[in-house]
Ligand binder design. Structure first.
Ligand code: CP
Length: 319
């Protein structure tokens, strides 16, 4: 599939989706435009289209997931692919089989696309160099979660038409967040001004080298931002306490009804999920009229359909 943009024909050529850092604004826009084309399939009574008929997608998840895993499975199903669900607990990984042996054995069964989530950064890249299938990163360590970044910018673009010049705050546990990194790359490449907001203990060590503004006070930015993305406190990744108490964290960095009174009336409230209700966001805000949290989940299916479709198409050309 090729799009004509600004008089130039653009053709997707990436067999893998490993991260958004390496993508150009044109490539990101191309994925979003492709996702728009797929969105209406999910509203039909028969939610199926044939582009991946005869192809096999494996969901290779070494970490828990509700949204990403099911969204990829639905996306693959809607494109008529066969889907294999892999979980570490019920596999031979529990008997000591390595990641590479696991992937090579699955490949020997004829898989075409591996959707991989792993707690170690760099695993998707490693696989892309060692197996022939297309690799799609569904979250690796603290590094990237590219389809979350894509569905986030897709959701914003749908409401605001463009990200150019928008001010976007990403709030909370930035240090442990792959979502923050993928969001940052996608949002800044599409022209947004991104603020990382949180306590110094939850900022990445080299934050000054990233294309973001940094604020240690949510109150300093709440009135001026167009979009606010509240991150989950990742208790499973925190070592020694990074803030004095949950109550203190909520007081300074929680998105409360009181703080929302000072925000722009049309501010977009986002959260990648899962939510710690009452900690980073109050329930009334998460479920309120500015919240697009469930829209993000819905949009994720079309975005992942686009990604699976495009990497498969590129694989057919490059193999
Ligand atoms: N946003 C996200 O990655 O959620 P899951 O961990 O449920 O996939």
């Amino acid at each position: 599939m090729a799009l004509i943009r600004k008089g130039k024909q653009f053709k997707w050529h990436r067999k893998h989706l490993l991260g958004l850092r390496e993508l150009s604004a044109e490539e990101i826009t191309y994925i979003l435009d492709t996702a728009e084309g797929f969105e209406q399939i999910s509203t039909r009574s028969v939610k199926k289209a044939p582009p991946l008929r005869g192809k096999v997608v494996v969901n290779l998840f070494f970490e828990d997931s509700t949204r990403t895993r099911n969204s990829f499975a639905l996306a693959a199903n809607r494109l008529s692919a066969d889907v294999i669900e892999f979980t570490q607990k019920s596999s031979s990984v529990s008997k000591g089989e390595t990641l590479l042996d696991t992937a090579k054995n699955l490949e020997a069964m004829g898989i075409d696309i591996v959707v991989i989530r792993h707690s170690a950064g760099g695993v998707p890249k490693f696989l892309s160099r060692n197996v022939n299938a297309s690799i799609v990163n569904a979250g690796d360590g603290y590094c990237e979660h590219p389809t979350q970044g894509l569905l986030d910018v897709y959701t914003i673009r749908k409401i605001k038409k463009s990200l150019e010049g928008l001010k976007i705050a990403i709030v909370g546990d930035i240090a442990h967040s792959r979502v923050a990194r993928s969001d940052m790359w996608a949002m800044t490449k599409l022209g947004a001004i991104v603020y990382f907001v949180g306590p110094p203990t939850l900022m990445p060590s080299q934050v000054s080298q990233l294309p973001v503004k940094v604020s240690y006070s949510l109150d300093d930015v709440i009135e001026e931002v167009d979009v606010i993305n509240m991150l989950r406190i990742q208790f499973e990744r925190l070592g020694a306490s990074s803030f004095p108490s949950i109550r203190e964290y909520s007081h300074y960095f929680g998105l409360t009804v009181e703080r929302m009174k000072r925000a722009k009336k049309d501010i977009i409230v986002m959260h990648p999920g899962p939510i710690n209700r009452g900690l980073e966001i109050e329930s009334e805000v998460a479920d309120g009229s500015n919240s697009v949290i469930l829209n993000q989940v819905t949009n994720g299916i079309a975005v992942r359909m686009a990604v699976l479709f495009l990497v498969n198409q590129a694989a057919a050309i490059t193999d």
